[in-house]
Design a protein around this ligand. Structure first.
Ligand code: GRF
Length: 241
């Protein structure tokens, strides 16, 4: 099913699959939001998949009663074989939307095309700046004054898909890569569920290569969306605790 042409009401609750590689704290946070938070009633997690058997997030997801599966990339002779197995695993359960949350494999254009308009990712930078790895240290090394995190539609080009949501912070003089990681992650725990809520409620429509903002309250810019400032996010998080 493609979210392009709006999902029929009878298809609700929409089925989400989350792909992880490690801690999986975003996946677990999203699971809690589905259970009794801002995402409740909007969808269900049908499966959490890791490409690493020892991923901590797999155990935590299992403890929460979620269906989990490991498709270990090391068990396959090449990327194509791994992705064939991954597609098989995903397609074995209902899936309206694939949520990448710390999934550390670069997906091929063939894989992305197979699920065109149905994969989203969270990346710790203000895309289109700082694609790729080690963003916190690279931002510090470059002497940037701002840093942030982006949720975007996945397209075949790496970290290049249209933006769905962004959050921004001011870099402090004593920030390190580790403090930035922590501050960014605190914003992620609000931003990713927020973006999911907009998608699942129909306020944002995902096309194969673009995102349509249907709700007037979403502030867009020429390049994407207006980033949410850190203090606004922290205030919202505290008021819902
Ligand atoms: C997040 O910080 C996200 O931005 C990046 O990978 C990290 C995953 O963390 N893509 P976790 O596994 O969700 O704890």
């Amino acid at each position: 099913m493609n979210l392009n042409h709006s999902v029929p009401a009878t298809a609700r609750p929409l089925k989400i699959q989350i792909l992880i590689s490690g801690t999986g704290s975003n996946a677990i946070n999203i699971a809690h939001q589905f259970k009794n938070g801002q995402l409740s009633g909007l969808g269900e997690i049908s499966q959490v998949i890791s490409n690493r058997p020892k991923a901590q997030g797999l155990n935590t997801a299992q403890e929460l009663g979620l269906a989990t599966l490991c498709v270990d990339h090391q068990d396959y002779e090449d990327k194509a074989a791994f992705e064939t197995a991954l597609i098989h695993a995903i397609d074995s359960k209902p899936c309206d939307l694939i949520v990448l949350a710390g999934f550390m494999r670069v997906l091929s254009p063939e894989f992305v095309s197979h699920y065109a308009g149905r994969i989203i990712n969270i990346h710790p930078s203000l895309l289109p700046a700082y694609k790729g790895l080690n963003t916190h240290q690279r931002v510090l090394d470059a002497g940037e004054t701002h840093h942030g995190v982006s949720v975007h539609l996945v397209i075949p080009d790496l970290d290049a898909g249209p933006l769905i949501g962004q959050a921004i912070l001011n870099i402090k003089s004593d920030d390190t890569a580790e403090t930035l990681r922590q501050r960014i992650q605190a914003m992620e725990y609000w931003l990713y569920p927020h973006c999911l809520q907009l998608i699942l409620s129909g306020d944002i429509q995902l096309m194969t290569d673009r995102v349509i903002f249907k709700a007037p309250h979403i502030q867009t810019t020429a390049t994407g969306v207006e980033p949410w400032p850190e203090d606004v996010i922290l205030n919202q998080t505290m008021s819902t605790d």
